[in-house]
Design a protein around this ligand. Structure first.
Ligand code: AMP
Length: 553
């Protein structure tokens, strides 16, 4: 029997139209050097129509790729909505990638138009001659004549446009096409540290379903004021832009003001109620809030993800600032949200915290399983550990291949899938009720004397010490054990804590044989382009003898 239901496609244009009409009075606040700049959702809708008309005029009439090279701001949101809604494909470039990676992904995605923030136009102009597929540059905001001249000098560029002038000349409505919900809406490249980045192509349908999960899992509501720190060029902005439009929550966009001080100002001035960012941002902000009285009374819960959140950080926010930190896990390949750590209502006390400290409960629309080194499934008993594999409607089934991928790249890409499941490369356990606890990235697990040591467990234990600002643990070669942990530690300001004290602090929290002998104090943990601990750099520094390492018995 067939159902009697209608079949409206799940399109981003629906999110755009509903959001900008039903929640017309909500706003996007963009932080600038002169203070807040405000754009209502109604204005975002108008600008989206104007941008779509402008892009049509520049020859975007199908699934061409429109790139952005931007911070989080109102215009980036307009592009997030307009480009997919008109049937083109949005490619938000990660502005922090190495130049050769930006050149690679721009050409691999065959971007033809790019929208660039004026504050980034000068460095972008130096890249532009190498971005040979681009034809048009749209600049958001005024730029000095010499920067414009540099952009115009790139031989492949037909024209450089000014956002306001270009959009100002356009009709304020657009006839959004009825697309196939399985069509591409946007793409993101993984921030992988080895080899060329791999492309993931989202669909309207995957984004739509993912957005619904984000609103549920992160608990966003109409009238919320969300601080969108997670960059729009990282992992689909964790779905925040579409979720905000879907529920009617205002977005506060920090643009390039990502330090703790301006973020604290935004929280106070804009009466922020929620937000999302990687742990390092929340760590810096916590330190600032502890030292500078700030009114955070409107802020009830924030989401942290992208790398493991130290439990001590969650508890500090809860105890000292009454802010609930929700731990979430995901991947670019998963749109990205896979799980959120909201404790079951009936769990209290230690049980409550047990759940909060996991990576969260896998979204019910997704399936997850653990696979052991022998390829056999591992039970979901909360203890047995294996590599996590996932599948579901917002998880990629392959990587984008434009025909130029090499044989080796194809083989590498294929190795990330296992009979229809995505191999996440994350290692951990699952409880029977679906809570995920990651112990490591497969490549970061420390293999000592044939046993595994979780670098994340060591880091969390160390970061619970009041004198430790950050700690990152990597496996280093060891003659006797094959590999042993090296703890690299960033001390809190003015602290003189030493390795012996930290080693002592770990006893009782970490089994004895896992406690590191090798210790190094560093000024800062190196970070990747999206703010994660860059363990590759730490291993290299160690191998090249750049770290001052103390070895304890
Ligand atoms: P990306 O695609 O850049 O977002 O990176 C995805 C990877 O980040 C995952 O496969 C995990 O290794 C890591 N990750 C994301 N969220 C978490 C989390 N809450 N805890 C631990 N690792 C995380």
């Amino acid at each position: 029997m067939k159902s009697t239901m209608q079949e409206s496609p799940l399109l981003i244009s629906r999110i755009l139209q509903a959001g900008t009409q039903l929640h017309a009075e909500q706003e996007v606040v963009t932080w600038t050097a002169e203070g807040a700049r405000r754009t209502s959702f109604a204005e975002v809708g108008t600008q989206a129509a104007q941008l779509a008309n402008a892009l049509r005029g520049l020859g975007i009439d199908g699934d061409q790729r429109v790139a952005t090279f931007m911070w989080n701001n109102a215009e980036h949101l307009v592009a997030y909505l307009a480009v997919p809604s008109m049937g083109a494909v949005l490619h938000a470039l990660n502005i922090r990638l190495f130049p050769e990676q930006i050149i690679y992904v721009t050409s691999h995605a065959q971007n033809t138009v790019v929208i660039v923030d004026n504050s980034l136009a000068e460095p972008f102009s130096r890249l532009l001659p190498h971005l040979v597929t681009l034809r048009h540059v749209i600049v958001n905001g005024p730029i000095p004549p010499e920067v414009r001249a540099a952009l115009e000098a790139a031989p492949q560029i037909e024209a450089v446009h000014d956002w306001d002038t270009l959009l100002g000349a356009q009709p304020t409505t657009f006839d959004w096409p009825l697309l196939d919900e399985r069509d591409a809406s946007s793409m993101c490249y993984t921030s992988g540290t080895t080899g060329n980045p791999k492309g993931v192509v989202y669909s309207h349908r995957s984004n739509y379903l993912h957005t619904m999960q984000v609103t549920m899992g992160m608990g966003f509501n109409q009238g919320d004021r969300l601080l969108a720190v997670v960059p729009m060029f990282h992992a689909n902005a964790w779905g925040l832009p579409y979720a905000a439009l879907m529920v009617g929550a205002s977005l506060i966009m920090p643009d390039r003001f990502l330090q703790a001080e301006p973020l604290a100002k935004m929280i106070e001035a804009e009466k922020i109620t929620g937000g999302a960012a990687v742990p390092t941002i929340w760590t810096d902000l916590l330190r600032y809030l502890d030292e500078h009285p700030t009114d955070t009374s409107t802020l009830r819960r924030v989401v942290v993800g992208g790398s493991a959140c130290p439990p001590s950080l969650m508890r500090a926010y809860q105890d000292r600032h009454d802010i609930e930190v929700i731990h979430a896990w995901g991947m670019t390949e998963m749109s990205p949200l896979g799980s959120t750590a909201v404790a079951p209502l009936e769990a209290t006390g230690d049980r409550h915290w047990f759940y909060r400290e996991t990576q969260g409960r896998i979204a019910s629309t997704l399936e997850a399983r653990l696979v052991g080194p022998d390829g056999a499934e591992v039970p979901n008993d909360g203890e047995s550990v294996g590599e996590l594999e996932v599948r579901g409607p917002w998880i990629t089934g392959s990587y984008y291949d434009n025909g130029s991928n090499s044989e080796a790249e194809r083989a590498d890409a294929a190795s990330k899938f296992d009979d229809g499941w995505l191999r996440t490369g994350d290692v951990g356990s699952l409880t029977a009720n679906g809570f995920l606890r990651l112990t490591d990235r497969a490549k970061d697990v420390i293999k000592s004397g044939g046993e595994w040591i979780s670098s994340v467990d060591l880091e969390n234990a160390l970061m619970a010490h009041p004198d430790v600002l950050e700690a990152s643990v990597v496996g280093v070669p060891d003659e006797r054990w094959g590999e042993r942990p090296l703890a690299t530690v960033v001390r809190a300001t003015d602290s003189l804590v030493d390795a012996a004290e930290l080693k002592e602090f770990l006893s009782g929290k970490i089994v004895g044989w896992q406690v590191p002998e090798r210790w190094a104090f560093i000024d800062e943990v190196p970070k990747t382009s999206v703010g994660k601990f860059d363990k590759k750099v730490l291993r290299k520094r160690y191998a090249e003898g750049e770290l001052k390492v103390e070895v304890l018995d």
